[in-house]
Design a protein around this ligand. Structure first.
Ligand code: NCD
Length: 322
């Protein structure tokens, strides 16, 4: 199958966030991602569905897995891909975000994959360019492909999302991963709770439809999924925790705290992990429970599906729609 299949399930020109996506759209993206998983395990991983298309990865923040994952996804689908990071871009010379975007736009890419430290910057950029835009993380706002890869990992292991109890633990305040996951899991009928110190929760978090806990043993009780978040110190202005040692003692996931979750609960982390801060090595490396490497694997399949989907949606419409 070397042709993009007709795609009427995704009426959006861009993938800027999970908020606002319908359950059917999410399911279809996951189904399409699933179709790439086996191919990615073969010796020949190439499926040139996007031959001739150009993708630019525009990263204004450091990234290992997300950028590599998008690059691999492009290459496996046969697209031409260029990586631009802020350290090598004209932004360093004082160019504005929008001027950089318009310059790249003039080269007729089909997709810009953008990561930016400011919430809302990716949407702003999407309003100015002619091509499709995929949000690879904007500030503490959204990281849609991470939530999709998390969902694919969970769905493959648990065979469903609906009715699962998911605990999202740690630095929710600064986490775009948490926000995208909350939107996705709620839309798909899972029950989401957040477990964090008061200082690391947004004040209006309950409006997103989550239960709140400040104690790991209580929050993890009966959970199917324990999703840990990195303490995002680069986003913190001031001191949000008394000390790393105390944070680990009360909120770091270790075998003792994990015992409150279901015996078959899965451990997840978007990476990069800070061992001994939010997670203990014993549980992070527990091959029976931890699916952290599987999340990375699913990331490539999900990004292939997202690229294919936005490109096809744009080609079906003749041009990218808002
Ligand atoms: C996350 C991110 O950048 O938002 N990482 C990732 O994309 N895998 C989470 C994090 O940085 O902690």
């Amino acid at each position: 199958m070397n042709k993009i299949v007709s795609n009427t399930f995704f009426p959006h020109g861009h993938l800027l966030g999970i908020e606002g996506l319908l359950a059917g759209e999410i399911s279809s993206l996951l189904d399409l991602s699933e179709s790439h998983v086996e191919q990615n395990r073969q010796a020949n991983k190439k499926r040139p569905l996007l031959q001739g298309r150009t993708v630019i990865n525009l990263f204004f923040e450091s990234s290992t897995r997300t950028r590599t994952s998008f690059e691999l996804a492009c290459k496996r689908l046969g697209a031409d891909v260029i990586n631009m990071s802020v350290s090598t871009s004209a932004i360093k010379k004082g160019e504005t975000l929008l001027d950089t975007a318009m310059t790249l736009n003039a080269m007729h890419p089909d997709v810009l994959v953008v990561r930016h430290p400011h919430s809302g910057a990716v949407k702003l950029l999407s309003e100015k360019v002619a091509c499709s835009v995929i949000n690879a993380g904007d500030g503490s706002h959204e990281h849609p492909t991470q939530a999709l890869l998390d969902a694919l990992t969970i769905r493959r292991r648990k065979k469903r999302l609906q009715g699962l109890r998911v605990a999202i633990c740690g630095d929710v305040l600064h986490s775009r991963v948490a926000r995208s996951n909350i939107h996705l899991l709620n839309t798909m009928g899972a029950n989401v709770c957040v477990v964090a110190p008061v200082t690391l929760l947004p004040i209006d978090i309950e409006r997103l439809g989550v239960e709140i806990f400040h104690d790991m043993a209580q929050g993890l009780k009966g959970c199917d999924i324990v999703m840990m978040l990195r303490l995002q110190r680069e986003r913190m202005n001031g001191n949000f925790i008394p000390s790393l040692r105390e944070y680990f003692r009360f909120f770091g996931l270790d075998a003792e705290k994990l015992a409150s979750a279901k015996p078959d609960a899965l451990i997840m982390h978007p990476g990069p992990m800070n061992r001994g801060v939010e997670i203990d090595s014993e549980v992070a490396d527990d091959i029976a429970r931890s699916v952290i490497h599987e999340q990375v694997e699913m990331g490539v399949a999900v990004r292939m599906a997202c690229l294919e989907t936005v490109i096809q949606a744009a080609e079906t419409k003749g041009k990218a729609a808002p």
